[in-house]
Design a protein around this ligand. Structure first.
Ligand code: LLP
Length: 443
């Protein structure tokens, strides 16, 4: 294959249009890509490839920008731990004043270990176990976002058993389509999340009857990677109506949890998605006058564009049908391209000379699956074996969703601040991989 592309296609998208808005931590210094003031090849020489790298400065900047958009409102910005749950990242955000949105006992332990104040922790998710509830009750977290009457009953039973009272918001499903992909939309009636809106009043009545439950709020998370205002506006309008109905019925609703979901730009030259300022304006417009406090649960917005996955070219394989650039990171390291058809901008760590010819190529990993790719049909210059590539916008739902498939080791994570960097998760070892399995003594 390896046909040269026509001349108008020779300019790489990112070279023409810059990196996606929000990825400013990554920039070329004398043609070598750096994160903040650290050159990526320097990190690669220290930890090997592949690795994840995050900019501490940008993570904090994103948190502060999000929080500042809501200035004047009583709001807890509870970072969605699932987006990137490395404890160094969590500690950075806890130190900046953030709360945490968690969805499991594991995330609760990570959040507590990283220093989040328990009262600033909210617990979401459709499938909390009795053990997880007990631990969260004993830890005195700020709020349980409860997603079904059955969960409410169990939480009531556990709270009574422990002599505790569970602060509760009910997550109501507003039946609103939102989100960048069907697999990350949560607010439609057919999604497993939340209590159907027609059953909302009944569920609050149940919560009011149950011992050990203290109603305090309403939760309306509708999905992730939402780029437009409209779904948020509909959700906030829905929430405003429901708060008024609930108050008329005598329920005390003091806060609304608006969930997460604010999208980020993934593509060079893409129209930037809804900005925090416009998002906050919607909140003020629909919910500002109700005397409520707020919780927001941004994940991707805080860490997504602050991180990249750096990988090394192993081989280039031009075939009759396609050009394949085979790299050392695969779908087990970054599953978003194959799971959600997600686009991540992929850029060479050493910038090619201007006018370098490009070839349409698939960038694929070593995993034995046809779906193991990081990008399909990209214009890429000829990449020699050993060249490094950075997969941008990988700071959220990258390392956290990685796995061991094909007995591959989890890759290291590195945090950069200014001119210094630290390994915040070392590369796993083959010894630890082998030690995971136990062989019965009868084998
Ligand atoms: N709150 C709740 C209850 C959530 O379920 C989520 C995300 C968030 C907050 C944070 O949403 P964010 O601000 O990050 O959009 N793995 C997918 C995204 C799954 C999102 C799941 N829930 C991806 O890589 O696109």
């Amino acid at each position: 294959m390896r046909q040269r592309q026509s001349s108008d296609k020779q300019v790489l998208a990112w070279a023409k249009q810059g990196f996606p808005p929000g990825t400013e931590a990554f920039a070329y210094k004398d043609n070598v890509l750096a994160v903040e003031n650290v050159l990526l090849p320097v990190i690669a020489a220290s930890v090997g490839t592949p690795f994840y790298v995050y900019s501490a400065t940008v993570i904090c900047r994103n948190y502060r920008a999000f929080k500042a958009a809501f200035a004047g409102l009583d709001i807890l910005v509870a970072y969605a731990v699932k987006a990137n749950s490395n404890q160094a990242v969590l500690k950075l955000l806890a130190g900046a004043g953030a709360g945490a949105d968690i969805v499991s006992g594991g995330e609760l332990r990570r959040a507590l270990a990283a220093g989040f104040h328990p009262q600033k922790i909210v617990y979401s998710g459709v499938g909390k176990t009795a053990e997880e509830m007990d631990f969260a009750l004993q830890s005195r977290i700020g709020c349980f976002n409860v997603e079904s009457p059955a969960e409410l009953q169990l939480l009531s039973a556990r709270a009574q058993a422990l002599g505790a009272e569970a602060p509760v918001s009910l997550r109501i499903n507003p039946d609103i389509a939102a989100g960048g992909h069907a697999k990350i939309a949560t607010g439609k009636a057919e999604n497993k999340f939340g209590i159907p809106q027609a059953e909302a009043l009944q569920a609050y009545a149940l919560a009011a009857r149950l011992k050990g439950i203290k109603i305090c709020g309403l939760d309306v998370h509708i999905g992730s990677q939402i780029e437009q205002a409209e779904p948020f506006a509909r959700a906030f309008a829905f929430a405003a109506g429901l708060v008024q109905d609930l108050r008329r019925q005598g329920f005390s609703i003091t806060h609304i949890d608006i969930g997460g979901g604010l999208g980020i730009a993934y593509q060079a030259g893409a129209k930037p998605p809804l900005e925090p300022g416009a998002y906050a304006a919607l909140l003020r417009q629909y919910l500002g006058g109700l005397g409520l406090s707020f919780i927001a649960e941004p994940g991707r917005f805080i860490t997504g564009n602050a991180g990249a996955l750096v990988t090394k070219v192993l081989f280039v394989k031009p075939t009759a049908a396609k050009n394949f650039i085979i790299v050392d990171a695969g779908m087990n390291d970054l599953i978003r391209p194959t799971l959600y058809d997600a686009w991540h901008e992929i850029v060479p760590v050493v910038a090619p000379p201007a006018g370098e010819p490009c070839y349409q190529s698939d960038i694929v990993g070593p995993v034995c699956e046809t779906g193991d790719y990081l990008a399909l049909d990209r214009q890429m210059p000829l990449m020699p074996a050993g060249a490094l590539l950075a997969v941008l916008s990988s700071g959220a739902y990258g390392a956290g969703m990685a796995g061991n498939y094909n007995s591959r080791l989890l890759v290291p994570e590195v945090l950069v601040e200014g001119g210094r960097f630290a390994i915040i998760r070392p590369r796993a070892t083959y010894d630890s991989l082998l030690a995971q399995d136990k062989i019965p003594d009868w084998l």
